[in-house]
Design a protein around this ligand. Sequence first.
Ligand SMILES: [Zn+2]
Length: 256
Amino acid sequence: LGFIDSHTHAYLRGSEDLQLMASAGVEGLVLCSYFPIKPTGPSTLIDLYRWLMEEEPLRMEKYGLKSVAAVGIHPRSIPTRGVSKVMACLGTIFESGQASVLGEVGLESGDKHEEEVFFAQLQIAAERSLAVIIHTPRENKSIILEKTIALLEKSQVDMHRIILDHLTPELVPRARSLGVTAGITVQPGKTSAEEVGEILLKNGPEGLVVNSDLGNVSSNPLALPQVARYLDSNGFTRQEIEMVTRTNIRSIIAFQ
Ligand SMILES: [Zn+2]
């Protein structure tokens, strides 16, 4: 036991879910910044970061969960004005050590403005060797993934600290060939526990992390315990299960 859910928006869920996770053996989770509507100004995200860094860890602790906040501008949460103010705020947060993970960031439609906002954040990450959690969209996933990779290469971020998330099974080898970690989201309509098993058989457990992307859309607080149970009853070793549900993410992101 002792699962670490590498990508959640658990701040959008009630405490009943946190209790459920803790009682099923979830030990920690990453809280990724995301705001479900396009903010009209910079203070929305600046306050969101305060919420995730200052208040949520205390709420999580009450249920015995460790948490790490990832702050950044999600491509669907780019404010209509004041992006530079949010960027300056991120600079201050990372400089002061209040957070050390950038996320979730990336491209959704992949337009020019999204690319600029994403690239500016990658440069902050490259300067400080931050861990980065990167979103990939449902639509045009492989095309947008290639655009994302081109920007990663241009920014000179440390590939060993990058998680390319919400990948489909076919895209895992592409991510692994770059030395980045492949994130698999087990969620209704995304990847299933059976598919995680298939990915493991084909690619092995190195550089692979499983998460729930728990948030305001249909998602399962028990994704990790259920994947572990499925893998265990289908002949995968304890070590393989631990790597994809706990140790791989801990080698990129430090938990207390
Ligand atoms: Zn997410």
